[in-house]
Design a protein around this ligand. Structure first.
Ligand SMILES: *[C@@H]1O[C@H](CO)[C@@H](O)[C@H](O)[C@H]1NC(C)=O
Ligand SMILES: *[C@@H]1O[C@H](CO)[C@@H](O)[C@H](O)[C@H]1NC(C)=O
Ligand SMILES: [Zn+2]
Length: 285
């Protein structure tokens, strides 16, 4: 009871910000390539699907928008180890780009690579981890970019594709890794008047992490739902969580969401009316 009174008090003080904010759910990369049997399967990745479905079942009405991001690569994408002769899986290489954001031939990009250029001068260095082939457009099998068939989807869901530029990778659903271009996500959220986003999915230490960081940086009140996400490696998961917290991103579990939506319950208005005289009593006696 006391707990709910305090939420009521907070709502009375900050109605537009915390209580009537429009929310979006951002489901990151829940695709066959990242799930069990996929070419870049995230350990226990499948466990996020029932959690996501339950979140949608319980809170669908609370989300003004549901976004599905989709890693969407060409068959010889620059992030694939197979496109860089002489390198090994998970190696990090520096890719160089000219000032227009075009990939330049160099140490790890032979001039046989069809998406590279001979650059007169290079302007940017972007570190690239080399992954197995994954999430390839229009294919079936382990590298398929299709969404999980077990995941709930609805007609109004907005699909945001990323990583479709062969020359540059894109962990975040907002910007590519070089910051050269952005997807339509920020514009879509802003046009819908969204101020709060809930981010979840795969992989916690890469695409979920960078998406949440960009959302936070762009001014959205950002929540990361940890039990609806799984990551690639223990150390990078820990680092990502620490870094997100330090930037003011709220790390929560799906069970915590009930409290965040409490202000929409019909009883809360009565509480607000009740709490205002109580506040005056507390302040002026
Ligand atoms: C996949 O299909 C879409 C349209 O169906 C097409 O625009 C795109 O170029 C295709 N991608 C590849 C890599 O073939
Ligand atoms: C990549 O570039 C950074 C500086 O931009 C440098 O510190 C690092 O050693 C380079 N790594 C490789 C593998 O060349
Ligand atoms: Zn990818």
């Amino acid at each position: 009871m006391l707990y709910y009174s305090w939420i009521g008090l907070l709502c009375a003080l900050a109605v537009p910000v915390t209580c009537n904010s429009k929310s979006a759910l951002i489901i990151v990369d829940v695709q066959e390539c990242f799930l069990q049997g996929g070419s870049l399967a995230v350990a226990h990745g499948n466990q996020v699907v029932p959690v996501i479905n339950e979140i949608r079942r319980k809170y669908e009405k609370q989300f003004s928008l549901v976004i599905l991001s989709q890693d969407w690569h060409c068959p010889d994408h620059v992030s694939f180890v197979s496109t860089h002769p002489g390198t090994s899986l998970y190696q990090v290489v520096n890719l160089t780009y000219n000032k227009e954001g075009q990939l330049c031939f160099g140490d790890n990009v032979p001039d046989t690579y069809q998406h590279g250029l001979h650059c007169n001068s290079t302007a940017y260095v972007v570190p690239q981890t080399l992954w197995p082939d994954h999430c390839i457009q229009n294919v079936t099998g382990p590298t398929s970019a299709a969404f999980s068939k077990q995941m709930t989807r609805k007609q109004d869901d907005v699909v945001i594709r990323k990583g479709f530029n062969c020359e540059v990778d894109s962990y975040s659903a907002f910007f590519d890794n070089g910051g050269f271009s952005q997807t339509e996500l920020n514009e879509t959220l802003s046009a819908a008047g969204i101020s709060r986003v809930f981010v979840l999915g795969l992989a916690l230490d890469y695409c979920v992490y960078y998406t949440a960081k960009d959302a936070n940086r762009l001014g959205f009140n950002t929540y990361l739902i940890q039990d609806a996400s799984r990551g690639v490696a223990r150390s990078s998961i820990t680092n990502a969580l620490v870094d997100m917290k330090s930037h003011g991103i709220h790390i929560i579990q799906s069970a915590d969401m009930a409290h965040l939506f409490v202000s929409r319950a019909p009883t809360t208005k009565k509480y607000n009316l009740f709490i205002i005289p109580v506040m005056f009593l507390l302040l002026f006696t």
